[in-house]
Design a protein around this ligand. Structure first.
Ligand code: ADP
Length: 259
């Protein structure tokens, strides 16, 4: 007999993340794709791809919970949850003690404080501008004519760091181009871009307990987590797949729907 499984979907403004878990909370399959302009189609395509890649039968899908920007557009979801709730749940699943979660997504960043019982104590969210988000990094990469997938490696080879003083993404782009004209090294600039992200987040809150970082920026740029740890003087933890944290939280909610 085939095993039952549960689906969590995090339809972010930038990327759609899907996780399938079994009753024991083991991940059976996962996917990360661009969110696109039709969230329902994106979600269906992601599900069908993960099912076929892992030889799973849709009939064994017991429940689906969606979260994120496009959560209400997923027709096969049994319930929706907020992204804050799902990020908190996913983070506490991996790190079940008092934590400060820093999630850096495509168009926002969040700080969620969770107590030792997994209860949310507080949260802060920056949705107002691109500073400190994945979109900021993507914009800077475009200005430097670099592929976003190469940034972590480039920044890791830096011997120095060029400080980006501007807060605003548009002004930062002008500043970066000015530095290039003045002969600054690309690797020092990319590290400076990462440092700018770290600074914008540190300005948002104070941090105690252990810090957990999640989201696409950290998944693809682990150097950002290292720089955050150095800057805060606090240990920074990351799950194996930081970008899937919200989807994992949603999958855990889907499992609870049945129990
Ligand atoms: P959201 O939930 O808001 O859609 P994510 O947590 O999925 O955001 O993170 C999206 C961000 O992750 C992008 O803005 C980008 O900075 C980064 N990212 C996504 N894919 C890649 C990649 N292949 N290489 C490097 N960075 C990436």
């Amino acid at each position: 007999m085939s095993k039952d499984f549960y689906c969590g979907l995090d339809l972010g403004s930038s990327r759609a993340k899907l996780v399938l878990i079994d009753e024991d909370k083991n991940i059976l399959g996962q996917s990360i794709t661009r969110s696109g302009s039709n969230f329902n189609t994106t979600a269906n395509n992601a599900l069908n791809k993960v099912l076929s890649e892992n030889n799973l039968d849709k009939d064994n899908l017991i429940a689906t919970v969606s979260c994120g920007y496009g959560r209400e557009n997923v027709e096969f979801a049994n319930a929706h949850k907020t992204e804050l709730g799902c990020h908190a749940k996913g983070s506490f699943h991996y790190f079940p003690f008092a934590i400060n979660v820093i999630d850096i997504g495509g168009q926002d960043n969040k700080i969620i404080k969770i107590d030792e019982n997994g209860k949310r104590r507080s949260f802060k969210m920056n949705r107002k501008c691109a500073a400190g988000t994945g979109a900021f990094i993507e914009e800077m990469a475009m200005r430097l004519d670099l592929n976003i997938s190469d940034l972590n490696q480039i920044a890791s080879s830096a011997e120095g760091l060029v400080t980006i003083g501007s807060y605003c993404t548009v002004f930062s782009a002008t500043e970066v181009l000015e530095h290039i004209r003045n002969g600054k090294k690309v690797e020092d600039l990319v590290k400076g871009i990462f440092a700018s992200v770290v600074k914008r987040i540190i300005e948002m809150d104070s941090f105690e307990d252990k810090v957990v970082m999640s989201g696409g920026v950290v998944q693809h740029n682990p150097l950002v987590a290292e720089m955050m740890s150095r800057e805060l003087g606090i240990e920074v933890l990351t799950a194996k797949y930081p970008q899937l944290t919200g989807a994992m939280g949603a999958a855990l909610y889907a499992l609870e729907l049945q129990n």
